[in-house]
Structure formats: C-alpha cells, structure tokens
Design a protein around this ligand. Structure first.
Ligand code: FMN
Length: 184
C-alpha cells in the first residue's frame, strides 16, 4: 500500500508503546524517526503508560500521549497515521492483537490499521519462556499474514534482566522505510 500522505507534510508515525521493560527508552525511536523527517505521536497501552516518561515523550513529540478511548461525541483526535511502529510490543499485546481483541485504544487502532492499508512494524520485546508459548508463534504467523512487518529481536532468557542493549529501535524505521517516503 502507499499511504495517503499529505503533500508537503512529514509522514505521521504512530509509536504504540506497550508495558515492557524497555519502554522508558522509547525516546530513542522518537529521535530516530524525527531525524528521518517523520512527525511522531505516541499511543501507549493503559499498562504501558506507567512504563513511559509521559512528560518527556510529550515534550519530545509535541503531542499528548494517547491511551484512553475518546468519549462518544468527542471529536476524533489528531492526525491519522501514515505508518505505525509497535515498539516495544509485549507478549500480551501481540497475542491480543492477533486474536482480534480490541479492549484498549492501542489495540483498537492496531486491529483496524492493516485493513486500512496502514503499514505496521512490530518489534516484540519478551523473554524466551513467553516466546515458547504456542500461541505466540501462531500470533506472529497471523500478523505476518496480515502484512505486518516483524522485528528480529531474539527473546532474552527469563528472569535475566532483559536484552535492552540489543533491542534495535531503529529497526522499525528500516522495516517501514520502503512504505514511508516524504511526498514533495
Ligand atoms: C517490570 C515489568 C517488566 C515487564 N516487562 C515485560 C517485557 O519486557 N515484555 C513483555 O511481554 N511483558 C513484560 N511485562 C509484563 C507486561 O507488563 C504485562 O503482560 C502487561 O499486561 C502488558 O500490557 P500491555 O500489553 O497492554 O502493554 C513486564 C511487567 C513488569 C511488571
């Protein structure tokens, strides 16, 4: 799909941040995206909100972090996404998304976006015990079949402090690059 970018405007990247240990480093992805000439807005899962430095993210992006559904009757907030990076993506959100569960704003956006032609990259961050669950493998297969681009992070051992040092935030931009160019 080629996304409907507004001529002369930077592509708008949604970063969906879940409740994984590395979420407080999401600023690294925001910086990399801004350096690549993207505008960035962050949508956090309700749990993910507690894992991110809301003030820092809002100062960096210039947009409020979205996490809750709007009330019926409230106007639709903000710009539509030209692309979405789900980073960090938890075991929980990957499985719920693939199963079509839409019980928070982030999942609602993710469940609809593939059919709306919005390019999506997901960078899971989880441990090998979570990744060994058969549902997880099936979820990745299902997301791949929906056209979602999947990051290459090798899950870290459980209870071992994680692998933040080898989590490549910029991989989301690399995966999305062919689908997300600035319209002159
Ligand atoms: C300190 C802490 C770190 C966590 N790190 C991870 C993680 O790296 N990956 C993961 O899949 N879940 C992790 N979890 C579990 C998730 O936070 C939990 O499954 C949560 O329900 C996910 O919510 P979300 O998918 O809606 O963001 C962690 C939990 C805690 C308390």
């Amino acid at each position: 799909m080629t996304e409907p970018q507004v001529p002369g405007k930077k592509p708008f990247l949604y970063v969906v941040a879940c409740a994984a240990g590395v979420a407080d480093d999401v600023g690294k992805l925001i910086t990399a995206a801004q350096e690549a000439n993207r505008d960035v807005g962050v949508v956090a899962t309700p749990q993910g909100l507690g894992f991110t430095d809301t003030e820092a993210v809002e100062a960096q992006t210039g947009y409020p972090i979205r996490s809750a559904w709007r009330s019926p009757g409230e106007p639709r907030p903000g710009r539509a996404a030209d692309a979405i990076a789900v980073a960090p993506a938890t075991f929980n959100t990957v499985n719920k998304w693939a199963a079509g569960i839409s019980d928070n704003l982030a999942l609602g956006i993710l469940c609809e976006a593939p059919a709306m032609g919005v390019p999506i990259a997901v960078l899971p961050y989880l441990n090998s015990a979570q990744a060994a669950h058969p549902a997880y493998r099936q979820s990745l297969e299902r997301l791949r079949g929906m056209g979602v681009l999947i990051g290459s992070y090798e899950p870290h051992p459980p209870k071992a402090g994680g692998g933040a040092g080898r989590y490549r935030w910029e991989e989301a931009l690399e995966l999305l690059a062919p689908r997300l160019s600035v319209t002159p």
